[in-house]
Design a protein around this ligand. Structure first.
Ligand code: FAD
Ligand code: HEM
Length: 379
């Protein structure tokens, strides 16, 4: 299999932009109409979630070993769409047909063979993981909203009780669907370590014009049902023994709160990893979870929480500046593991500043809240 050829050909196809998903879905729905009902009713104006990721992931087949945990998560997570093994050949055919269409004379038998083999490998890992999880877990978890707190104009903290235990690790995310927006799923990150009673807290920020976050923040009420997908993601999992620097933007705080709760349970009495958490927001009023963080810091002597505001002067207990700049004022972080989470812009800016300050890339782990980031791996 010639991986460079795979990647180059995907780059050429991806350059056609929105025409690609349009062609892909037309092909899929005409050749396999039974797949139509798996997708949202209205796909107009939707950012495409499947096709872009599909091409990128399949052409990344040289990293398949590295991608295995991610693909397994993706396969398990696809059960929530009611995807079954029989659907995979249909999607594979539509993908190959799409590539052939856009590559024209460049679509040679050897290239077709490469794509077919690469898709087969990726599909195999996904379907095997889905089959495995089907033995023990439901395709999705029905969950009841037990509290919905509007903490600011655009942030809600939503606590749900899944019907069955949903096992996840702090730092992972789960997809959420509300029946008010059928078949439209978005990822959210539990903000707590698993609890005995199984409840999960989500921090949801409304994104202007976004269908799911708007509904979750403004429309959903206690008593409503949500559906949750299988947990995905390994970028932010805790490992190692070093002290930690965490830089959060907005609801990027959620995974860190869950990870700190995990450390709190693990570190009771024993060796401790010290944690410095810098939480960024434009204004002090946007620190929507301050009381909970304050309480955590009070209970964990190894935890320092520094709220930061980028558009206001400092005030007692709140530093002024972007979270990363404040963090760099506090220290040079020569030995810590560094975790970053927030919007794509926040993450990009933070990584750049860390690199300029000499924080070596191998110690930095990050997640951004852009759906395209679910393509896996943490370079
Ligand atoms: C692994 C992962 C974990 C996530 N965890 C959380 C979480 O804990 N809390 C949370 O609130 N969100 C989280 N998100 C983002 C979330 O999945 C949704 O994308 C977001 O809530 C908007 O959903 P939507 O359907 O309203 O709009 P979408 O259709 O997803 O997006 C609408 C528009 O807004 C843009 N956009 C989407 N998200 C952002 C953003 N964060 N900042 C700026 N522009 C954006 C999109 O590019 C698009 O143009 C996570 C995303 C990923 C991939
Ligand atoms: C190699 C095989 C596949 C890969 C790599 C893949 C990858 C992805 C990715 C990364 C997403 C976006 C993640 C998300 O939003 O949850 C996605 C979404 C989706 N996939 Fe797949 N997928 C594959 C096969 C399939 C198959 C066989 C089906 C069945 C028809 C399918 C149906 C869907 C649906 C319905 C969505 C949601 C689309 C939307 O919200 O608009 N996928 N896929």
């Amino acid at each position: 299999m010639d991986v460079t050829r795979l990647k180059d050909s995907w780059k050429k196809v991806a350059a056609y932009g929105d025409e690609v998903p349009l062609f892909f879905y037309s092909t899929l729905f005409i050749t396999h109409p039974e797949t139509r009902s798996l997708f949202p009713v209205s796909m107009a104006g939707q950012r495409d979630r499947l096709v872009g990721a599909l091409g990128r992931i399949v052409s990344d087949v040289d990293r398949v070993d590295e991608l295995v945990p991610f693909l397994q998560g993706l396969g398990r997570d696809h059960r929530k769409f009611a995807v079954v093994a029989e659907h995979y050949p249909a999607v594979g055919q539509a993908l190959l047909h799409t590539l052939a269409h856009f590559l024209g004379p460049e679509w040679k038998p050897e290239l077709a063979e490469d794509w077919s083999e690469a898709y087969g490998l990726v599909a195999k890992v996904m379907t095997e993981a889905a089959d495995e999880s089907a033995r023990t877990t439901p395709p999705w978890w029905d969950a009841r909203v037990i509290s919905h707190e509007r903490r600011s104009a655009d942030v809600a903290v939503i606590t749900v009780q899944p019907e069955y235990e949903l096992e996840y690790r702090p730092g992972q995310s789960v997809a959420v669907e509300t029946r008010l927006r059928p078949n439209v799923w978005r990822f959210y990150t539990p903000a707590n370590a698993p609890r005995r009673n199984g409840t999960i807290e989500f921090h949801v920020r409304l994104v202007g014009g976004g269908p799911v976050s708007t509904t979750l923040v403004q429309g959903v009420q206690p008593g409503d049902s949500l559906r949750l997908g299988a947990p995905v993601g390994d970028r932010l999992l805790l490992g190692g023994k070093r002290d930690l620097l965490m830089v959060a933007g907005g609801t990027g705080l959620a995974p860190f709160k869950a990870m700190i709760e995990q450390l709190r349970a693990e570190q009771a009495g024993g060796d401790v990893r010290r944690v410095s958490l810098f939480v960024g927001a434009p204004y002090a009023r946007d620190h929507y979870d301050y009381p909970a963080l304050h309480e955590l810091a009070g209970a964990c002597p190894w935890l320092r929480v520094v709220p930061c505001v980028s558009r206001e002067a400092p005030r007692p207990g709140v530093e002024s500046g972007d979270a990363v700049d404040v963090a760099l004022r506090y220290g040079t972080w020569p030995d810590e593991d560094v975790y970053v989470c927030g919007s794509p812009e926040m993450v990009t800016g933070t990584l750049r500043r860390l690199a300029q300050a000499g924080v070596t890339e191998d110690r930095v782990r990050y997640e951004d809240f852009d759906t395209t980031s679910t393509s896996g791996g943490n370079p």
